[in-house]
Design a protein around this ligand. Sequence first.
Ligand SMILES: Nc1nc2c(c(=O)[nH]1)N[C@H]1C(S)=C(S)[C@@H](COP(=O)(O)OP(=O)(O)OC[C@H]3O[C@@H](n4cnc5c(=O)[nH]c(N)nc54)[C@H](O)[C@@H]3O)O[C@H]1N2
Ligand SMILES: Nc1nc2c(c(=O)[nH]1)N[C@H]1C(S)=C(S)[C@@H](COP(=O)(O)OP(=O)(O)OC[C@H]3O[C@@H](n4cnc5c(=O)[nH]c(N)nc54)[C@H](O)[C@@H]3O)O[C@H]1N2
Ligand code: SF4
Ligand SMILES: [Mo]
Length: 765
Amino acid sequence: MKRRDFLKFSASTALALAALDMDKKGGFFKAATSYAKETGSLPGSLGAKEVPSVCEMCFWRCPIVGKVKGGRLVKIEGNPKSPANGTRVCARGNSGVQLVYDPDRLKYPLKRMGERGEGKWAKISWDEALDEVAHNMDKVRKKYGPHALAYFDHGASAEFTREIFKALGTENYSSEPAFFQCVGPVAIAYLNTMGFVVSGTRQYIDMANAKAILLVASHIGENVHVSHVREFIEGLSKGAKLVVVDPRFSAAANKADIYLPIRPGTDTALLLAWINYVIQHGLYEKEFVERNCIGFDKVRAAVKDYTLEWAAKICDLDVKDIEAAIKLLAENRPHVAVHPGRHSTWYGTGDVERHHALSILASIFGAVGQKGGIYFPTPVKKAHAHCAACSEEHEIEEPDVSLRDNFPFVEPLPGTPTGAIIEATLTGKPYPIRLWGINGVNIIQTIPDPYKTMEAIKKLDFIYCEEMLPGETAIWSDIVLPSATYLERYDALYAYDGLTPYLTVRQPVIDPPFEVKTPYWIAKELAKRLGLKCFTCENEREFIEEELKELGNSLEKLNQKGGLITIKPNPYRSPDKLEMPTESGKILLYVEDYEDEDLDPVPRFVPTPAPPKGYARLIYGRVPVHTFSRTMNNLWLHNEWPENHAWINDQVAKKIGIKDGDEIVLENQDGRRSNPVKAKVTPGIRPDCIYLPHGFGSKSKHLTKAYGKGASDQFLITKTVTDPFMGSTSKRTNFVRILKGEKALEIPELRPVPKEIPRFELKRA
Ligand SMILES: Nc1nc2c(c(=O)[nH]1)N[C@H]1C(S)=C(S)[C@@H](COP(=O)(O)OP(=O)(O)OC[C@H]3O[C@@H](n4cnc5c(=O)[nH]c(N)nc54)[C@H](O)[C@@H]3O)O[C@H]1N2
Ligand SMILES: Nc1nc2c(c(=O)[nH]1)N[C@H]1C(S)=C(S)[C@@H](COP(=O)(O)OP(=O)(O)OC[C@H]3O[C@@H](n4cnc5c(=O)[nH]c(N)nc54)[C@H](O)[C@@H]3O)O[C@H]1N2
Ligand code: SF4
Ligand SMILES: [Mo]
């Protein structure tokens, strides 16, 4: 990293990231706390009104305190009562202030005037807007049946309106990018082996108390979730060993004792060889496995041919390094944090298998329910107010052919794969989908193959969104409903069941501005127009009070205690009596249910095709100061990190004559081109990959700061593979070459591909 880049990196206010650049003694947090004390920048120091609430600049939802002076939100800090983050928030949490006061914010209901995608609008009244949305919902439902309605949602703002879609009877009411473009494979893998979603919204992995940590991808530090990063740093500061597997030298790799720059798409090969090695060398917890696991012998038999030498060739790693890594992890069992991962929709084929393999490795290390391993969530009692729901009396009648039918393991989770909805919208098969409602999702920047998504939108009778910002979703909608930010509304009670459990509530720090309305109000108004008898509370405050009353509490009482109640954690269990939440109470290393569906009951390595000659694989990830596309227009965060860079291996760059900072264009296997983007030439990435941080390259001119800044990974993702377990869509199955001026520069193959891995076939000259 160059000095200038380093300064930029460290100047970022991402507390959690900065912590990574400190020594392993955890000195940073101590320093930060004493700094805060010296400068008086602790809550209360501004003489402002303080309102406890919950952040949603990302989905980690840290407890916060908003400080309001003269009716204006002036500062956001962590809630000192929170055992998870204390007074700390990350750069994004801090910058919620600039979301509220973003001059580009949607202020009034809008009706589209030009073509879809053009972003030409007329201001209309709420009555007109709501009448039109309700009228179209009713019309489409009557004409094509309930399943012709589809709802794409993400986050707390979307929950009330989701109830309406359910009440109207569609099976397509929860097409979450957070599931089908994010945690789907990992959630399913652990649900079927351990009986609970070890990694979904939360990651129940005890890094703080681990003696060794394994990260496969999981780029913690760039992926910033405050308490998660803190637990990672705490573990390292207490001396935990770290193994990182990533084709790119990530912030976490920078801390690793052993870093393995793996060939992308081959992680399962490495994991299976490690499992075999552990079994062959007796490096597993025999008693733990006998007592708690089912299918060990079948796993042993299934992995017996996967040797370290074979894996070294497939994964393009040094056999000595992978042996040293597995020994290091095994020595520290059972206190090994085998991180389950989070974002896992990578290759379509083999995504569930990769996380299944990780769950097996953790299990044979005995690293479940023990300090430093996978832990159990602590139940936090919550109540649910009747008037927060709508769909309770309504049954959803399954269509003859369901969009969920092809995906046997999508049950018991709700929702329809986003890819299946788009396909059905385009083809009308197996039934027509003619209306989309969008809430909290940037469908164009989030769901792969945006060109296909745009084609599908053109086919719709009607599309509307609830949004805060005029991004891609808004410009493609017929009606835009301006929705309150997380700082301007109540949401349902929020329970955190991780290592530091608590119950808290999101409450408005300030009032919604202009004609902006809250999601509850919008849902209530829509329900009324659709003749649904629901959302009967006067407002959201009333239903929060109802929920708290059921728990023998009230908002006033809660706020007297700082807005948050801590709960005693109960994460560990005796290895003699794990009582897993599966039918047998045991961990299923071998998943018979998969076999019944012709899927592998023990993971098998199936390679994803290697880049065609002249191309590299496009991979992506996070920068610490942004959340996807949603923060790109935020003044403070934009100033901090206005555009992304394309990471290119230094040897490749030298061979094709690219210098650090050169402006280039990326072109994918289907001829789709990116915006111009600066090259970051670095030894910190394999020669067969190009890396783009996600969320940049906005296509909406209404986002005056974000528009056209950097390149969108999403607009280079046009080839997807669908996961057979639950229908998620892959995103690392695309390849790019470099254009400088109009000249195409072929990427030289510096790491030969073994014959076991097929090569992607280019369809054009
Ligand atoms: N600042 C910030 N933090 C965030 C978010 C955000 O938007 N901004 N989003 C949050 C959300 S919702 C999620 S899901 C997480 C996502 O964060 P993670 O769950 O950590 O995402 P991953 O895809 O596991 O990790 C990205 C890393 O994978 C590497 N990689 C690419 N291909 C391969 C491969 O084939 N094998 C291996 N071993 N590595 C590979 C990339 O080089 C990159 O370093 O981040 C969360 N944290
Ligand atoms: N190419 C590519 N695709 C990806 C990823 C990637 O790394 N690369 N990451 C994947 C992952 S891990 C995830 S979790 C998903 C995330 O997918 P999304 O959640 O769709 O991510 P964003 O791009 O932030 O889009 C959120 C949209 O909701 C709006 N919004 C934010 N808060 C609110 C609110 O309170 N109310 C309302 N009404 N609207 C709100 C924002 O303005 C924005 O337009 O993306 C997935 N897709
Ligand atoms: S990690 Fe940062 S953005 Fe996410 S909830 Fe916490 S403070 Fe907010
Ligand atoms: Mo995600």
